[in-house]
Design a protein. Sequence first.
Length: 82
Amino acid sequence: MAHVAGAASISLVIYCVVPEPLAPELYDRLAAYYSDDPNVTVIVDRRKKERRVPGATAGGLRELRDRRRQRITGEFPPLVGG
């Protein structure tokens, strides 16, 4: 793969997520196992409940928008040549 001057470098990051009930048993072992790999981060999932539950009423008035620039109304000029 060729390197393009000025292009942003994207590094791969892998998150090894350990459920909180298993953290005492697994976290230290996984952190030690992946300690030599700078691309892997071991984290504990401390969420207490799901935020997105089917039928939930919170956030019901969420507005969906298209973030792209609106098109200018009108006609395109005719193509010349061809």
